[in-house]
Design a protein around this ligand. Sequence first.
Ligand code: HEC
Ligand code: HEC
Length: 414
Amino acid sequence: MLAGAQTPTATQPDEPAFIGRAPFTDRLNPPAYEPMSPLPREQFDLGKAVFNTTWAAAGRSGAAASDGLGPLFVTNSCESCHNNGERGRAEPAPDKLSNSFVMQLGGPATVYNHVINNQAIDGHRPEGRIEISWRERAGRHADGSAWTLREPVYAVAQLQYGPLPPGTVLRPRIAPAVFGNGLLESVSQKTLQAVRDAQPAAVRGDLLARLGWQAEVANIADQSAHAFAREMGVTSLWEAQDDCTAEQSECRAAPNGGELEVSGEHFAAVVAYQTRLAVPARPARDAALDQKGAELFVATGCAACHQPHLPVSRLSGPARIDAYTDLLRHDMGEELADRTIEGQPVSSLWRTAPLWGLAHVLQDRQVALLHDGRARTVEEAILWHGGQAQSSRRAFNALKRSQREQLLAWIATL
Ligand code: HEC
Ligand code: HEC
């Protein structure tokens, strides 16, 4: 057993209660994780409506509160990427890009700014088209059973404002779940520092922000403002400029949907909604599998990064969350790295992805795991683990088939 991984035990009477989960009886109408009095309830419901709003181009009559889309954008609602508060959707067909996908840009500043806006309102040109092709990789577990992975290769074509400069970094990202983020945001610096200190040196992570695939997102409000502006072209008090640059003159000259396209009230509500959104409750499960799976999760080193519980403090006293993350950033190896347009690997530092809610996510016919959605199953996601997680992945490869199946079956109950 690796040091730094807590042995999961049944809740003792003196241990703080787990919070954050609630049954998602209606998938299209996800609940808050705790009861609310009428005013916060109203704000939660308003926030959910804003999150689900389909935005229209500026000047559409009858859409004053929800106009201002674009001119350049990726999709027209938060929901279309964040899938009713869940993770982004998988691609509809094997060769198609998921509509929960964003190609962020890094490296030198470009005329395209933060993201490739692959859609535009009438009369404007989308910035370009994202192309994805797949290379197959095959290998075997220690017991001889075979696996295959698909490795994505990305390119941006039909660029309307000139080529990308050398060294531009393509940062492919699928939308993560927004549920539970209010609680992740509330984990203290001291807690994360202690988790880090207890990790064996070989897997020790780095403490940055709490949210985002690379822990670069400070909080829900910040990312909401970025998302409105960059992914939807909708301006707010917190981000008054959308993703078009000075060189994109038609985009800059297009009419607005009002000075602030999303009002202060609606912005506050959408943040409040995400802050209180519950994580789907775990399904009923077999006690023997529960015990065995949790043990294998520790024994293969998963729990050192995917921490089974973290303390949080509430007004009502101490509590715990079972998010299965340390919120720290780890080097996951070159195979998961972002690359420049020339194909040079850049950053392979990723925040341990929270595994809570996976049971619910896995009910979808197709899933898209890891930061760019390349993994079609939990097993594929594990097989991509390299860098600091390499020894853990090897321990997984070395399991007997029956143990591997137990571990995967247990993860599918998280
Ligand atoms: C076109 C797809 C897309 C749209 C539309 C979109 N998002 Fe996102 N969202 C993403 C992606 C991709 C990320 C991951 C960004 C990263 O980690 O760099 C993300 C991350 C987030 C995060 C941080 C989440 C986390 O779990 O770490 C929040 C909060 C968020 N989005 C809120 C919103 C809100 C609110 C809206 C609507 C105003 C919205 N998003 C619209 C794709 C989208
Ligand atoms: C060194 C830390 C570390 C260890 C050890 C580790 N993981 Fe991870 N895990 C991560 C990081 C970081 C990511 C996100 C990588 C990415 O998105 O590219 C991740 C992603 C995942 C995902 C995908 C989740 C999602 O939402 O897309 C699954 C499933 C997963 N890990 C399971 C496991 C299992 C099972 C083990 C043990 C066999 C394990 N991990 C060991 C750090 C770790």
